[in-house]
Design a protein around this ligand. Structure first.
Ligand SMILES: Cc1ncc(COP(=O)(O)O)c(C=O)c1O
Length: 476
């Protein structure tokens, strides 16, 4: 049943909304339906529910007409999403299966054990903890497990594609770590392995971290592990972005290459629920004297989490089962699409990173758009055209709010069934949007293309469509 909205005479959609998204105005050449009026502080509280429902519906309608290019986003499968509204959402299960602090988990405990065993199977991992509720809490848990305040922590720098959780002002700083940055190769946004190996020997870090939010090419994990072992440092790999490519055997296998542990989000190239995971290699005593597996368990709970969102664990199980079936194919097409998109932009004269290296070996490409006004301007202009992307720092940039680049990813477009043939059309639209040309034409093209690709692939039971209007109940 669809929500019937009472519309309260607004002149246009911008009247009550202030986000850039809403400033974008109409999409697909048509106006959006007028929004339900945002209730005042004196309105009956039911008005708030109706308004929130209407905004969510509008969000779905916006995405149904947009080209989603955010490298860290994806579409969870319908079967996995069904777990979100199960009763598991209402429950607590602190601790581990069989030794909980709350009763009521007789049926849930075997699910968590099973999801862990699925994770071990998908990643060929000796150990898995599926309780972290995001990639960031997985990282914080790992840092609590393997380091102590004052330890030296080595990671890439922000402008070389690092995630904020590895920085002084993120989780690493919160843990009191002294952060050192790896030397990087600007052309490929990769760690400069040769210099990094020397630096590890010289700087003697306690923890070496490998991983990036702009992860274009696999890292030289084996060499870095070898250098870390020489000084008895612990080595962690952040697979937040590339977990799904690893699951599909289309990237590197960091556990096989010898890292101690892998932290990740489960909703980027792995199209699972918004959640986190920690995988670990064979148990061993860490330099801080703790045993690796036990240290992770107690850092996850009671260290960093209380409850761990049981409905998401169940959904992750569904996504991992689907990964066993579909992920190799999906990962392969995701990477092929990223390469094709890069090629399409390059042919139109856009400065895509790493042309001499085939642009990318992952789901992500990076483009220097300083000639078009920089990443902030271009990503806003693109949004007005129905193309959703994010601005991104490039090597040499000092400002995260007005950086020179944009980051583009193909996980969601691939999930919708787009292939290399569609990437040329997407590249054309991005190029026009960057130039600020023919906004309404691009919007129309985006909506037309998207109309043909609005259902999920690489999963069971494709469902009603990726962005179908939600089925909200009336408020009464
Ligand atoms: C490399 C890396 N690590 C960790 C995270 C954090 O993940 P989450 O958003 O699940 O907290 C991200 C997010 O994009 C990331 O890119």
């Amino acid at each position: 049943m669809h929500l019937t909205l009472v519309r309260i005479g607004l002149k246009n959609e911008d009247q009550h909304t202030h986000t850039p998204a809403n400033k974008a105005g109409s999409m697909g050449g048509e106006r959006f339906p007028e929004p339900y009026q945002q209730p005042s502080s004196k309105a009956p509280s039911s008005e708030s529910v109706k308004w929130i429902q209407s905004q969510v519906t509008r969000h779905h309608q916006r995405f149904a007409r947009s080209i989603p290019l955010i490298a860290s986003e994806n579409l969870v499968s319908p079967l996995a999403a069904e777990m979100f509204s199960s009763d598991l959402h209402n429950r607590y299960a602190e601790g581990l299966p069989g030794s909980r602090y709350y009763e009521g988990n007789a049926d849930y405990d075997p699910i968590e054990e099973h999801v862990e065993s699925l994770a071990k199977r998908v990643f060929d991992a000796p150990f898995a903890d599926v309780r972290p509720i995001s990639g960031t809490t997985a990282n914080i848990s790992a840092l609590f497990a393997i380091s102590a305040p004052g330890n030296r922590f080595m990671a890439p720098e922000l402008a070389a594609g690092a995630h904020i959780s590895t920085q002084r002002f993120g989780a690493a700083g919160l843990r009191g770590l002294d952060t050192i940055t790896y030397p990087s190769i600007p052309e490929t946004m990769s760690i400069d392995t040769e210099l990094a190996v020397e630096m590890i020997a010289r700087e003697n870090p306690d923890v070496c971290y490998i991983g990036q939010s702009v992860y274009l090419f696999p890292s030289d994990v084996k060499e870095l592990v070898e250098a870390a072992r020489e000084i008895d440092a612990t080595i962690m790999y952040d697979a937040a972005h590339v977990l799904g490519l690893i699951a599909g055997n289309r990237f590197q296998d960091p556990l096989q290459d010898g890292v101690d542990l892998v932290c990740a989000s489960t909703h980027k190239t792995l199209p699972g629920p918004q959640h986190g995971i920690i995988l670990a290699n064979q148990d061993r005593q860490l330099a801080n004297g703790k045993m690796l597996h036990r240290a992770i368990r107690s850092a996850v709970f009671p260290g960093v989490h209380s409850n761990h969102h049981l409905h998401k664990v169940a959904a992750l199980g569904v996504s991992l089962a689907e990964a066993l079936e579909f992920q190799a194919d999906y990962a392969e097409h995701t990477i092929a699409n990223a390469k094709a998109l890069a090629e399409g932009l390059w042919e139109r004269g856009m400065k895509v990173f790493a042309p001499d290296h085939g642009f990318t070996e992952s789901h992500t490409i990076l483009v220097d758009v300083s000639e078009f006004g920089g990443g902030a301007d271009v990503s806003l202009r693109a949004e007005s055209c129905g193309l959703v992307m994010n601005k991104n720092m490039l090597p040499g940039d000092t400002s995260a709010v007005s950086p020179s680049g944009i980051r583009l990813g193909t996980p969601e477009l691939t999930r919708l069934g787009m292939g290399v043939d569609e990437m040329d059309e997407v590249a054309l639209m991005i190029h026009l949007a960057a130039q600020g040309d023919r906004e309404s034409e691009v919007r129309q093209r985006a909506a037309e293309l998207k109309k043909r690709f609005n259902s999920l692939h690489y999963c069971w039971n494709v469902g009603r469509g990726a962005y179908a209007d939600p089925e909200f109940s009336p408020v009464n």
